[in-house]
Design a protein around this ligand. Structure first.
Ligand code: VG1
Ligand code: CO
Length: 542
């Protein structure tokens, strides 16, 4: 039986950088998730009888919302839903399933790198038929709909058993519970040289992956231990937990420090990698060398032809504006297109669909390619293993050779988390007001060559996205960028991105924060971060 339930709108359902993210208790309010899901369906056309993909990262509240979404999909007229067993699908795997089975779209339940648990974060995101996050035109329409929604449709039936693979009927709609890992692992095997990686590993190269008790565990065990022959136990924290074992499933030098320290120790593994809550981020560490995400994009692009799936070369590269310009030098050398987009994977989809770019990346530990339309953590890890196997060099040797050839982009991001929202907005407003007068002036000894608030003109659909981050560029190619996070769930997070280009190889061994010290001081001088945030230090430095 299909019920039409009356409801009242919530005012705070505006999707951010990557979907709607809120604390679990916010989502547990009456009809909160239902309103948002109905608003998604109301913003789409032509899905009658079509297939929807649903999956999540297994965090607390995942199962409950999946049952609701299934019943609402049936009531709204979808013909079929494909859902991962146990409600699990990593974000890149969900993207692949949407593409492979020509689904109409997908609902991805995740708050990604944010902590999980009864008082932590939850999220809902809609992906379109290309497998990628919905573009702003659709997220804006969803938000508009949430503001005046007055009812939703739901099938009044029992819950589906999510733990048995197979086909079920739900109020006339087919629910297919699928193995979440196989399709994805098969895809990876088509892109990378598995025999070469397997012999690298059997030759004694020790690889560890920290899945951080999040969604990549089952994928990493299948690929690294089963298909590539790494010893059992090479994947750590491999069981997805609803609260990620009380950890922050964020693969960076702060939250994956144990892994980093292990790889850096004398008798530790040769190669370490970590992923985030929903499996789309990656951190890559070689012995004696942490690879910054911006460098990783550049180096994957420069070495792409090592991997069978990219043997014919790449069409172009895209990076988010705050990501370092290391990849730009690779694009220049290869004579291919380079695109600079706002933060968030949703801006890459058009470029990939149009065949303009093959690889994309963000400084926030995200890299991916047109094999799906999301960033992809394990894909990046496998790409690095493939490059190491093909070049027969260590990560450290590959990185240093790259810097020697292209120069080094010193890069760091400083996050100020939990800032009072009004104060964070005041900082941005004050900075914006100064922008016009900055060019030509000197800040802490650095001459400003340009300053603006980044606006993106999409070359494919010609949409315009304004206010995507304040950037101050200095003579010589250094820059600082300021923006407010769009994924947080309490207060505001100020992000400061700092970059310096150093062509001189004799100056490539400087500690990153020291190499950037004058730029960091310039950022404080121009934005008065301490005064506005009331903080003397960033909460996280990556
Ligand atoms: C952050 C990152 C951004 C990334 C986004 C989603 O957004 O900076 O690069 O695309 O998270 O990643 P923000 O607005 O907080 O800076 V994930 O792995 O959380 O889906
Ligand atoms: Co993520």
């Amino acid at each position: 039986m299909i019920l039409t339930v009356s409801t009242k709108p919530y005012a705070d359902q505006k999707p951010g950088t990557s979907g709607l993210r809120k604390k679990v208790p916010v989502f547990q309010q009456e009809n909160y998730a239902e309103n948002f899901i109905q608003a998604i369906f109301d913003s789409l056309e032509g899905f009658e009888g079509q297939t929807l993909v649903i999956g999540g990262d297994g965090r607390y509240y995942n199962r409950e919302v999946i049952q609701v979404a299934l019943k609402m999909a049936a009531a709204n007229g979808f013909g079929k839903v494909m859902v991962g067993k146990g409600g699990i699908l990593s974000t890149p795997a969900a993207s692949h399933v949407i593409r492979k089975y020509h689904a109409f779209g997908g609902i991805v339940l995740s708050a990604s790198h944010n902590p999980g648990g009864p008082t932590e974060d939850f999220g809902i995101k809609y992906n379109i038929g290309n497998g990628g996050p919905a573009p702003e035109k659709i997220t804006d329409a969803i938000f508009d709909r949430t503001r005046n929604i007055d009812s939703y449709k739901i099938a009044d039936v029992a819950d589906i058993d999510l733990d048995t693979v197979g086909s079920f009927d739900l109020a006339g709609m087919t629910v297919e519970v699928i193995d979440p890992v196989t399709d994805y692992a098969d895809l990876m095997e088509t892109l990378f040289d598995f025999p070469a990686i397997r012999s690298l590993i059997s030759g004694g190269f020790r690889v560890v992956i920290d899945s951080m008790s999040a969604v990549t565990g089952p994928y990493a065990v299948e690929i690294l231990e089963k298909r590539l022959g790494a010893p059992a136990g090479s994947v750590r924290n491999e069981v997805p937990l609803p609260d990620f074992g009380h950890h922050h499933p964020d693969p960076n030098l702060v939250h994956a420090k144990e892994l980093y320290d292990d790889v850096m120790s004398a008798d530790g593994p040769d190669f370490g990698a970590a992923s985030d809550g929903d499996g789309d981020r990656n951190m890559v560490v070689g012995k004696g060398m942490f690879v910054t995400p911006s460098d990783s994009l550049a180096m994957i692009a420069a070495n792409a032809t090592c991997a069978p799936g990219y043997r014919q070369g790449i069409a172009g590269i895209a990076r988010s504006m705050p990501t370092s310009a290391a990849a730009d030098r690779v694009a220049e050398k290869l004579g291919i297109g380079m695109y600079e987009t706002p933060t968030g994977w949703k801006f890459f989809g058009n470029l990939m669909d149009a065949g303009k770019v093959t690889v994309c990346g963000e400084e926030s530990f995200g890299t991916g390619s047109d094999h799906v339309r999301e960033k992809d953590g394990l894909w990046a890890v496998l790409f690095w293993l493939n490059i190491v196997a093909a070049r027969k060099q260590s990560v450290k040797e590959i990185v240093e050779a790259h810097w020697a050839e292209y120069g080094r982009n010193y890069y760091s991001r400083h996050d100020y988390e939990g800032v009072d929202t009004d104060n964070a907005n005041a900082l941005v407003t004050a900075l914006r007001a100064k922008l016009g007068s900055l060019p030509g002036t000197t800040i802490n000894g650095l001459v400003v060559s340009a300053a603006d608030d980044f606006a993106y003109h999409d070359p494919i659909d010609h949409s315009v996205s304004k206010n995507q981050g304040i950037r101050i560029l200095f003579e010589g190619g250094s820059r600082i960028v300021f923006r407010l996070s769009g994924t947080g769930t309490s207060g505001a997070t100020l992000r400061l991105y700092v970059e310096r280009y150093e062509p001189d190889a004799s100056r490539h061994g400087i500690e990153t924060q020291a190499a950037l010290a004058d730029l960091i001081a310039a950022a404080e001088e121009v934005a008065e971060i301490k005064r506005y945030t009331g903080m003397n230090e960033p909460t996280v430095i990556t």
